[in-house]
Design a protein. Structure first.
Length: 482
């Protein structure tokens, strides 16, 4: 390059030095000090060589690289919008949008149905766009500004790319995920369906899986707790009614409930002896107020069938009341006490039966369960004109309750807002028996996790009702106290 040599005054040196930095290779070998600049005869003593102003030019290649950077940042912004909206949007919400026939909802539902595949492609494209854009910025900065271009490129990448391609689009997508997901889904579906991208992203994911000791990375699953939390938030924001929230909670809890927890226990079973005739059996059934009663030979461990009140009434009206009961029994269904209540409800619906006898691992009868018992777990107690309305939970004081001993421990824990001990027992009566270590007497009390439980009433050797009071300082370990 042809250089021009000019003798300059001190006042022009600073501005020309900045321009000279654009062509760092042409800097003079003699560096200036503060003393040199303050010399009165500087212009006469020093002669510096500078490139001409025309040496710094933006070439066509630079313009192409600038255009590529702008396009890459714009693509990264679009992909960041899509990525955040897909992560925020749940599969049920995508299905709901498709049911509403919203534009782009079908493509969105297809993406959400295989979210791992499409999201991995989007993340790969975001990474490619940002890395290539950063590389091009570094090349341009180095060509234009020399060594200081590294700092300029870093500032550009941190500020511009972070704001334009990360913060702004992702904040927008978080605030309005539905709108963004519907708008970007058609494009994302086409781009992410390109098989080379899918193959490459899957290959990288497999490598990541091997690196953390897994052959396959599993997607995130929604837990029951999250569904319950969503229902609680929806009820608080008046999206659903509080009764609907309670029903959702009951349905989910029913899936974890076993038959033993909701059955009528053996001491409360009303059954018929097989030696009875139709008339006598009908009288007992009418007094009991039940439409179905189990029939046994020797004891409740030897149940041979079920007597239906409709059958008994029809036979009595037909003048056949003296006939033996055993000749008109219906089949009895037996279920283990550990069977899931939700599964039993589906079996009752499928096989069209309303009552089952519950047995333990040794085949002994531990109780009976009806379809009504299962439905009550969902919607609460069903009381008709034949049921005796017994007091359930009674508030005695601010932190004191009187409850039946058959109240489930988890239900009482929820009422009091504490965690009572859990074990082989299901009810409060079982808890008191375990803590006492013997059959308690009325007035006896035990302590459990900062609560005092007092036996209020007994029926033989069975606890009928207890009073439970929270102590001022909870957190104590369960201990027995006669």
């Amino acid at each position: 390059m042809t250089m021009s040599t000019t003798s300059l005054p001190v006042t022009a040196i600073a501005s020309r030095v900045l321009k000279t930095m654009k062509g760092a290779s042409n800097l003079p070998t003699r560096y200036l000090s503060t003393r040199d600049f303050s010399s009165k005869h500087f212009s006469a003593r020093y002669t510096l060589a500078f490139p001409p102003a025309s040496a710094f030019r933006v070439t066509l290649q630079d313009w192409i690289m600038l255009l590529a950077i702008v396009i890459l940042v714009a693509l990264s912004t679009f992909l960041a919008l899509s990525e955040t909206s897909l992560v925020k949007l749940s599969k049920p919400k995508a299905i709901a949008l498709m049911d509403e026939n919203r534009k782009g909802s079908r493509q969105l539902a297809k993406i959400v149905d295989d979210i791992d595949t499409y999201l991995n492609v989007v993340l790969l494209l975001v990474l490619i766009c940002q890395l290539v854009a950063a590389t091009l910025v570094g090349i341009l900065s180095n060509g234009w500004f020399g060594p200081i271009g590294v700092i300029i490129a870093t500032v550009f990448e941190v500020v511009i790319i972070f704001i334009a391609a990360e913060a702004l689009p992702k904040t927008w997508a978080v605030n309005d995920p539905e709108k963004v997901a519907l708008a970007t889904a058609p494009v994302i579906l086409r781009v992410a369906s390109f098989w080379p991208l899918q193959k490459f992203s899957r290959f990288l994911v497999r490598i990541a899986g091997l690196a953390i000791g897994r052959s396959r990375l599993k997607g995130r699953e929604v837990s029951e707790g999250e569904i319950l939390a969503i229902a609680d938030v929806a009820a608080e924001e008046d999206v659903i009614e509080h009764e609907e929230r309670a029903l959702i909670r009951s349905v989910i809890e029913l899936g974890d409930t076993v038959v033993r927890e909701v059955m009528v226990p053996r001491p409360d079973i009303i059954a018929l002896q097989s030696q009875l005739n139709i008339s006598t059996a009908l009288d007992i059934a009418l007094k009991a107020g039940f439409s179905r009663l189990p029939v046994f030979n020797l004891n409740l461990d030897d149940i041979i069938g079920t007597a239906n009140l409709k059958d008994l009434a029809s036979l009595e009206r037909g003048g056949r009341g003296s006939e033996p009961l055993v000749e008109h029994l219906r089949k009895t269904h037996f279920v283990p006490e550990t069977k899931r209540a939700a599964m039993l409800m589906r079996e009752m619906q499928r096989d069209k039966f309303h009552q089952a006898v519950v047995v333990d691992e040794y085949g002994s009868t531990t109780g009976i369960i009806s379809l009504e018992d299962l439905i009550e777990e969902l919607i609460g107690e069903i009381v008709d004109e034949y049921d005796v309305d017994e007091p359930n939970v009674m508030q005695i004081a601010a932190d004191t309750l009187s409850v039946p001993a058959k109240t489930p421990v988890d239900e009482l824990s929820e009422l009091l807002g504490i965690d009572l001990p859990s074990g082989t027992w299901d009810t409060v009566g079982g808890l008191v028996m375990d803590l006492a270590g013997h059959v308690p007497r009325p007035g006896e009390h035990v302590n459990a996790d900062g609560c005092e439980i007092v036996v209020e009433k007994m029926e033989g050797r069975r606890i009928d009702r207890v009073t439970i009071a929270k102590k001022p300082s909870p957190g104590k370990q369960p201990n027995r106290q006669p």
